[in-house]
Design a protein around this ligand. Structure first.
Ligand SMILES: Nc1ncnc2c1ncn2[C@@H]1O[C@H](COP(=O)(O)OP(=O)(O)OP(=O)(O)O)[C@@H](O)[C@H]1O
Ligand SMILES: [Mg+2]
Length: 269
């Protein structure tokens, strides 16, 4: 009834993710796999936002729902119930094509299992996001990619295909690919899991720079308290729920919290 009267409608007044300073958010997410006796509830009512320009670590025992949450936040998987947004765009309900385009332009993802294309060499994999978007990197983008290749120590491996690379090298190619287009939002699922401590530090420094200097929003799953201590914020998942949301912590504080709350998979096992 107010349409055209110059009085904002409820839709106009809705608070958007941008106003909240959120690069991505989810509301009341649940995800169940299987049915009947075999049903697994991977996520159980998760409401959380990833703040713009922040580096967020996501921790929790094996099977607590970390990868599932990241896949849904990135639009790679659909929730059973609940809603998800990237910036102001609600992604639950977008068509596959719309989602693919949005993801390609705005989201970088480092998969837990790397997901490199076996027939492409390392450079081909790193440049894949540009190929999929039907364009070539600009001079500026080329310079950034060269910088990534150098910091990740991949210069001598660019012509190797994934099966000719070690696990840690494949992981670094996956990281370079996720950062190549400088996406607003980067999800990294255990990006340091297969790396020695020096390469791990390089990767953490890259992610830190991406958020602190380039304003990119980073969400990183890790089991490593030292890796999580590089983040501005640490979210803890347990049994498909967010059980704690803490500001920057030292590695010692994170370890102590995990031990006290039995959130360390090694302690539980
Ligand atoms: N495709 C699937 N089909 C059935 N169950 C699944 C599937 N994917 C995940 N699950 C289950 O959902 C739960 C959460 O899995 P998820 O991969 O999100 O855990 P995670 O926290 O990432 O664990 P990890 O630290 O081992 O990577 C687990 O119990 C898992 O077995
Ligand atoms: Mg996982």
């Amino acid at each position: 009834m107010w349409a055209g009267c110059g009085i904002p409608s409820v839709d106009d007044m809705q608070i958007t993710s941008t106003e909240l300073g959120l690069a991505a958010r989810v509301h009341q997410l649940t995800k169940t796999y299987g049915s009947g006796a075999g049903e697994v509830r991977a996520l159980d009512g998760v409401t959380v936002g990833i703040r713009r320009g922040e580096f967020t670590a996501i921790m929790g025992p094996s099977g607590s729902g970390k990868s599932t949450l990241m896949h849904i936040m990135a639009g790679l998987d659909a929730p059973s119930t609940g809603r998800a947004w990237i910036g102001d765009t609600e992604i639950t309900g977008l068509s596959d094509l719309e989602l693919t385009i949005l993801r390609r332009r705005r989201v970088g993802f480092v998969f837990q299992a790397f997901n490199l294309v076996p027939t492409l060499d390392a450079l081909g994999n790193i440049l894949l996001p540009f190929d999929l978007d039907g364009r070539r990197p600009s001079a500026l983008e080329k310079a950034r990619i060269d910088g990534l290749i150098e910091s990740l120590g991949l210069g001598a491996r660019l012509r190797h295909r994934p099966h000719e690379l070690s696990g840690g090298q494949q992981q670094r190619v996956a990281i370079a690919r996720a950062l190549a287009t400088a996406p607003d939002l980067v999800f990294a699922d255990e990006p340091t899991g297969n790396l020695d401590s020096r390469s791990g530090r390089e990767v953490l420094a890259l992610l830190r720079t991406a958020s602190a200097e380039h304003g990119q929003s980073i969400a990183m799953v890790t089991h490593d308290p030292v890796a999580a201590s590089h983040a501005d914020r640490v979210l803890f998942l347990g049994d498909g729920r967010i059980v704690a949301d803490k500001p920057r912590q030292s590695a010692e504080e994170i370890s102590a919290y995990m031990l006290a709350n039995e959130l360390d998979a090694r302690v539980r096992a």
